[in-house]
Design a protein around this ligand. Structure first.
Ligand SMILES: NC(=O)c1ccc[n+]([C@@H]2O[C@H](COP(=O)([O-])OP(=O)(O)OC[C@H]3O[C@@H](n4cnc5c(N)ncnc54)[C@H](O)[C@@H]3O)[C@@H](O)[C@H]2O)c1
Length: 446
């Protein structure tokens, strides 16, 4: 919404949220306190906030005043009832729809920006049409394809914008209205119009395909470690094939983030609910492979550290699920930490952007042990170099650029010997690390 405000000065954009603390942070005069860290975001917020970009908790007023409403609430995996662990929980979406129906006095375009299971627009339309006051609502699907860490760049130079809507004259008019917003900065041929169901499904499919590439190369990384092949060389060799392409072929400790797992589980659930067992099993394997990669990494750490990590000090470099974001949802680091804590390791975590509060919340959420036990075994530091004093091992779990610039000889001197580094991001130079004297493990290489 900040990018839309910046690119369209004549449009008033109001972001509303029921979370007062979040809205207060979006309004904080210190732009370093915005709730999301994203390169380039604070500059964009600074340029428009108070002019045509507003953050508020007054949801009803914003609904009343707007022509177009983007529903962008969270759609997590259900943790209860039917579809638990797979289906998307649509309760926030439904609450929004009911609220819009209650408040709206004139016609609105309602845009699904959240990622939703195919055919959700039908449910939204039914709620709006049956509880509204004779107001006409056009429902559009406009899934978001940005990637965290490069969100601003992805929005400004989007490969494509997808707009799904009804194939009626009113539906077409609504699609054109939404398209005209994006046409402020994107060429028209990159704005694709489809029917609602294709648009909803395409978002799930896009994430499934992306995650599938990661799981595919990660499966090969395990094979490389057994065969003296180097996963980077394999990626490069296959990536040169223009039919395959080189992107999204970096092997790592496993994908994280709030979307990939949730969206694939959702796809699996939908396929299964239509009786398409083989389709569901096929996509579920992407998640199974990702879980395997995380488990394999943790198990390799334990085996390498002489089959016991009890009482050993292990430092994590990185907690965020990828660089240039403070988002930690489904981060591989959480699961590696959990596995090592089960073996009574003592962990010290450093991440340049993630707060101590978030790290403990991530661990407590798993419910594997008490919050007190988590705080006894795991600590968080703001000093990555001091952290390694007398450490047995370091695990590199996020690909933050700053880790490459560290004085690794100094780090080696401070650690207990043999000094182990487990590189889950293939970030460091193997030859250099070997020369310094580290026992260096780079995922995807024997
Ligand atoms: N994060 C991403 O990179 C990304 C990318 C593409 C799509 N998406 C999709 O966008 C949606 C939101 O994702 P997110 O990462 O921003 O989630 P989030 O949990 O960070 O934010 C959702 C916000 O919605 C607010 N909210 C919930 N119910 C509300 C209501 N009734 N009225 C007003 N506000 C309400 C919450 O307080 C919260 O601040 C999801 O469907 C996700 O799949 C996210």
């Amino acid at each position: 919404m900040s990018v839309i405000a910046k690119q369209c000065p004549e449009i008033k954009v109001t972001v509303v949220d029921i979370n007062e603390e979040r809205i207060a942070s979006w309004n904080d005069s210190n732009l370093d306190n915005l709730p999301i860290y994203e390169p380039g975001l604070k500059e964009i917020v600074e340029a428009s906030r108070g002019k045509n970009l507003f953050f508020s908790t007054d949801v009803d007023k914003a609904i009343d005043e707007s022509d177009v409403i983007f529903i962008s609430v969270n759609t997590p995996t259900k943790t209860y009832g039917k579809g638990k662990g797979q289906a998307a929980d649509l309760k926030h979406i439904e609450l929004c729809a009911r609220n819009i129906a209650k408040v709206a006095k004139d016609d609105k375009i309602v845009v699904e920006k959240s990622t939703l299971p195919v055919r959700t627009a039908q449910a939204i339309k039914s709620i709006l049409d049956n509880t509204g006051k004779g107001v006409n609502f056009e429902i559009l699907s406009n899934p978001e394809f940005l990637a965290e860490g490069t969100a601003i760049e992805d929005l400004l130079n989007a490969d494509r914008v997808l707009i799904g809507g009804e194939e009626t004259p009113a539906g077409k008019e609504a699609k054109d209205a939404l398209s005209s917003i994006y046409e402020h900065w994107l060429p028209k041929d990159r704005i694709l119009q489809t029917n609602v169901w294709s648009s909803e499904l395409s978002k799930l499919v896009a994430n499934a395909f992306l995650a599938q590439r990661v799981s595919s190369i990660n499966s090969i990384s395990a094979l490389c470690e057994k065969t003296d092949a180097n996963v980077d060389e394999v990626s490069r060799a296959i990536g040169f094939d223009s039919r395959i392409g080189s992107k999204f072929l970096n092997s790592s400790v496993g994908f994280g983030g709030s979307c990939f797992q949730k969206d694939i589980l959702n796809l699996v659930y939908i396929a299964r609910s239509f009786g398409l067992q083989e389709v569901a099993d096929y996509w579920e394997q992407v998640i199974i492979m990702n879980d395997y990669q995380k488990r394999r990494f943790a198990e390799n750490m334990i085996t390498s550290l002489y089959n016991t990590v009890s009482g050993k000090k292990i430092v994590f470099y990185g907690w965020a699920f990828k660089k240039d974001t403070n988002d930690t949802r489904e981060s591989a680091a959480i699961y590696i930490a959990d596995a090592l804590l089960e073996e009574k390791a003592e962990l010290l975590i450093y991440d340049p952007k993630v707060s101590e509060k978030t790290i403990y919340a991530d661990l407590d959420y798993l419910n594997t042990r008490t919050p007190e036990e988590n705080r006894r075994l795991l600590r968080v530091t703001k000093n990555p170099i001091e952290a390694v004093d007398d450490a047995h091992a370091i695990a590199v779990l996020t690909e933050w650029d700053e880790f490459k610039t560290y004085d690794w000889s100094l780090i080696y001197d401070k650690m207990l010997k043999p000094a182990f580094v487990f590189d889950g991001r293939r970030l460091l130079d193997k030859e250099e690390m070997d020369t310094i004297g580290f026992k260096y493990y780079k995922i995807g290489q024997s």
